[in-house]
Design a protein around this ligand. Structure first.
Ligand code: DQQ
Length: 659
C-alpha cells in the first residue's frame, strides 16, 4: 500500500465577490491620563491577577494531564483523592456559539451549573465509554458525511481540536471496517477560508453513479453568515480519503432572500430528480417560527436553482437543523439508496429542532413532480409527533450503506453533567451506536431502529435467566461480570388475569411527568435497573408502564428514569420516554446497551428508543449491579433475560507512518 503522508492540500485564501473584506480589529482605546496611585493599583492588580491566573492554569494543566492518561477502551482508572472542581473555575462558562449563529451547544438544566460535586479522577475516567465512538480528547458534536468507500466506513464529525467545549469547528475523521472499531485520521477539513473561517459545519456526502464523492457542508463565514460549500476527495483511489479539496468557487449557496443569514444550514445527501438528470438537496431553515425545508436543484453541485415554495413546513417548530430525507421500503427489510422513489416506498423527513434540541421524524409520501412531501398523519407531522429517541440524541444523519444494503443512522449524544466536569475530564460527547433504520411493517406507522449487527462482535459471556417470577413490588439482583459494559435483552409477560380484571389504570400517564419508577400503578412499572449500587441508593430503571383508559384501551409506555441515577447534584436527572406500540401476541421486550455513562435502550424491536447519560458516584466498575424489578401494585410479571458482557472497541490513531 502507498505511504500516507499527513500533508493536506494548501488552500489559498480567496476573495469573495459578494462579501466585504474582514475588518481589522478596532484600534485599542487611547490611554487616558491616570494618577500615580491609580497606576500603582493597576500594577498591583496586574501582578496579583497574573499570579492567580498562573496558579489556576497550573492547577488546570495538572488536572487535565491526569484525567487524560486513560486511553479509550481501557477504562482502567485508579482511585485517587477527590479533587473538587475549583469554585473559581465555575464562575465563567466558556463562550458558546450564539454569537456565531447556532444556539448554545451544551443546553444543560440551569441547576446543574451551580452544584458542587467533588468528582474523583477515577470516576471521571470511568465515565468514558468503551465501545461508543469518541475522539481521544476534546469536544465533538454532529456526525457528518458518513459513507462507505473501498472497504472502509468513514465517519466525519464536528470537532473542537482545542478544548472540551464547542468552538473552532473542524471536521474530525475516522475509518472503520465494521462500524465498531475505529482508526482516527488527520482532520478532513479545517476552518481556513473566509467562507468557513468560523467553522466547517455540518454536511452530507453524495456518492454519484460513477463513484465520485461530493461533500456539501455549511461554512460559517468571517462575518457570521451561513453558506453552503462544496468539497471533494483529492484522490478517489485512496480508500482512506485523506485529502479533501474545497472547491475554488465556494460558497456555492448563500442565504436566499427572506431567509436569515444565521438560519441556513446543514445540506442533505442529494437525490435524483424524476427525470434523473438533476440532483436535489434540501436545507433546513425557518420563517418566523415556522420550520421549513428548502429544495435546490443542481447538475454539477456548483450552481443551483431553488425550487418554488418549500418541500415541507410546520408552523411553530422553529429552526430546522440537520434535516434528513430518505426512502424506506414498505415491504423489504433492506435499506434504500436515497434516490429511490415510487410505489412501495415511504419517505422519512427528519428535522433536529433547534428550539428543543430533539430529533423529530415523520413518515410520509414524496411527490417528486410537485416536490412536496405530505405526512401520513398530520397529527404526527415533523416536530410535533414522533422522535427518533426520547432521551439525549440530536443532529442525527443517515446514509445508505451500499456494502450491506442497509440505511444506517448516527446521532450525537451530548454530556448532561456539569460543563466544568467536561473540561476537567478533557472530553465531551459520544456518537450513538450506529443503528439500522427500517419501516415497521407491523404497525405501518413508525420506523424501527436497531443497533447494527456488528456490535454483537463485542459480546462475550452470556448469562441467562428464564421465567423469573416477579410478584408486585419485587426486585431481583442479576449477577454479571462487567456491569458497566453490557448488552441486555429482556422480555416480560403479564399475568393475564390481573390484566383483564383492571377497570381503569393511570389513564393520562406520561413518563416525563410520572415521578419515575418509584411511582407505582396497577400495571407498572416493570423492567430492569442498570448501574445500580448494592443498596440501590443509585440506579437507572428502564421499564414498561401499562395503562388502561376509561375506553378500555391498554397503552404501554417505555421509560428511562434518571432521577436516582447519581448522588451527585450537578448532573441532569430526567425521566424520559413515550408510548410504544405493543401488538397482540407480543411480549414486552427491551434491549439496553450499557457502556459506562451511556445507556441506549430499545423497546419492541426499536419502535421507541431512549438514550440516557448517567453519572453514578457509587454504581461504578465492580460496584455496579443489574436488577429485575416489578413495582406494580397488582400485576405479576414473568421475565426472561439474556445478558452479554461487552468487550471494548479498539479505537486508536491510524498508523499512517507504518503503511
Ligand atoms: N451543529 C452544527 C450546525 C448544526 C448544529 C455546528 C447542530 O451545522 O446546525 O456545529 O448541532
Amino acid at each position: 500500500m502507498a505511504a500516507y503522508s499527513f500533508t493536506r492540500p494548501q488552500y489559498d485564501l480567496e476573495n469573495a465577490a459578494s462579501y466585504t473584506s474582514i475588518p481589522d480589529q478596532p484600534a485599542s482605546a487611547s490611554s487616558t491620563p491616570a494618577g500615580h496611585w491609580r497606576s500603582k493599583k493597576l500594577l498591583a492588580g496586574i501582578l496579583f491577577s497574573s499570579v492567580f491566573l498562573l496558579s489556576l492554569i497550573l492547577l488546570f494543566v495538572n488536572q487535565q494531564s491526569e484525567s487524560q492518561t486513560k486511553v479509550n477502551g481501557t477504562n482502567q482508572g485508579k482511585s485517587s483523592t477527590p479533587k473538587p472542581i475549583s469554585p473559581t473555575a465555575r464562575t465563567a462558562p466558556p463562550s458558546r456559539g450564539v454569537s456565531q449563529g447556532v444556539s448554545e451547544k451544551t443546553f444543560r438544566l440551569a441547576s446543574v451549573e451551580n452544584a458542587t460535586y467533588s468528582w474523583t479522577n477515577a470516576i471521571l475516567s470511568w465515565q468514558r465509554t468503551a465501545y461508543h465512538f469518541q475522539p481521544e480528547h476534546n469536544w465533538m458534536n454532529d456526525p457528518n458525511g458518513p459513507l462507505f468507500h473501498k472497504g472502509w466506513y468513514h465517519l466525519f464529525y464536528q470537532y473542537n481540536p482545542d478544548s472540551a467545549v464547542w468552538g473552532n469547528i473542524t471536521w474530525g475523521h475516522a475509518v472503520s471496517k465494521d462500524l465498531i472499531h475505529w482508526l482516527h485520521l488527520p482532520f478532513a477539513m479545517v476552518p481556513d477560508h473566509w467562507y468557513d473561517i468560523n467553522g466547517v459545519w455540518t454536511g452530507s456526502a453524495t456518492i454519484l453513479p460513477d463513484g465520485q464523492i461530493v461533500m456539501l457542508y455549511t461554512g460559517d463565514t468571517y462575518d457570521v453568515k451561513q453558506v453552503q460549500c462544496l468539497a471533494y476527495p483529492a484522490n478517489l483511489s485512496d480508500p482512506l480519503l485523506l485529502d479533501w479539496v474545497k472547491y475554488s468557487g465556494n460558497p456555492v449557496l448563500v442565504p436566499p432572500p427572506g431567509i436569515g443569514a444565521k438560519d441556513f444550514r446543514d445540506p442533505t445527501t442529494a437525490w435524483l430528480s424524476p427525470d434523473g438528470d438533476k440532483w436535489r438537496i434540501t436545507i433546513g431553515s425557518k420563517v418566523n417560527t415556522t420550520g421549513i425545508s428548502l429544495v435546490y436543484e443542481t447538475v454539477d453541485f456548483k450552481t443551483y436553482d431553488m425550487l418554488d415554495g418549500y418541500m415541507h413546513a410546520v408552523p411553530g417548530t422553529g429552526m430546522w437543523e440537520c434535516v434528513d430525507f430518505y426512502p424506506v421500503s414498505m415491504s423489504e427489510i433492506n435499506g434504500l439508496d436515497t434516490s429511490v422513489s415510487g410505489s412501495g416506498v415511504k419517505h422519512v423527513l427528519k428535522a433536529s429542532l433547534d428550539d428543543d434540541k430533539n430529533d423529530y421524524y415523520a413518515l410520509g409520501v414524496y411527490d417528486p413532480i410537485e416536490d412536496k412531501w405530505i405526512p401520513d398523519d398530520p397529527k404526527l407531522d415533523v416536530g410535533i409527533g414522533l422522535r427518533y429517541d426520547y432521551g439525549k440524541y440530536y443532529a442525527s444523519k443517515t446514509f445508505y450503506d451500499q456494502n450491506k444494503q442497509r440505511r444506517i443512522l448516527w446521532g450525537w449524544i451530548r454530556e448532561t453533567d456539569s460543563e466544568y466536569a467536561d473540561i476537567w475530564k478533557g472530553w465531551a460527547s459520544v456518537q450513538s451506536i450506529p443503528r439500522t433504520v427500517m419501516f415497521d411493517q407491523k404497525t405501518g406507522s413508525n420506523i424501527l431502529q436497531w443497533p447494527v449487527s456488528e456490535v454483537e462482535e463485542l459480546r462475550s459471556e452470556i448469562v441467562e435467566f428464564d421465567n423469573v417470577k416477579l410478584g408486585p413490588g419485587s426486585i431481583v439482583p442479576l449477577k454479571v461480570d462487567t456491569p458497566s459494559q453490557l448488552d441486555i435483552v429482556a422480555s416480560f409477560e403479564i399475568d393475564e388475569d390481573a390484566f383483564e380484571g383492571t377497570v381503569e389504570a393511570d389513564a393520562g400517564y406520561s413518563c416525563p411527568t410520572s415521578g419515575g419508577a418509584a411511582n407505582r400503578g396497577e400495571l407498572g412499572p416493570f423492567g430492569v435497573i442498570v448501574l445500580g449500587d448494592k443498596t440501590l441508593s443509585e440506579g437507572t430503571p428502564i421499564y414498561f408502564y401499562v395503562t388502561k383508559g376509561t375506553n378500555g384501551k391498554f397503552e404501554t409506555h417505555f421509560c428511562a428514569d434518571e432521577l436516582r441515577s447519581s448522588l451527585a447534584p450537578d448532573v441532569d436527572k430526567v425521566v424520559y420516554g413515550s408510548k410504544v406500540p405493543v401488538l397482540h401476541g407480543e411480549k414486552y421486550s427491551l434491549r439496553s446497551l450499557v457502556d459506562h455513562s451511556i445507556v441506549e435502550s430499545f423497546a419492541q424491536g426499536g419502535r421507541t428508543v431512549i438514550t440516557s447519560r448517567v453519572y453514578p458516584t457509587r454504581a461504578v466498575d465492580g460496584a455496579a449491579r443489574v436488577y429485575l424489578f416489578n413495582n406494580a401494585t397488582k400485576v405479576s410479571v414473568t421475565a426472561s433475560v439474556k445478558m452479554w458482557n461487552m468487550g471494548s472497541a479498539d479505537i486508536r490513531t491510524f498508523p499512517l507512518n507504518e503503511q
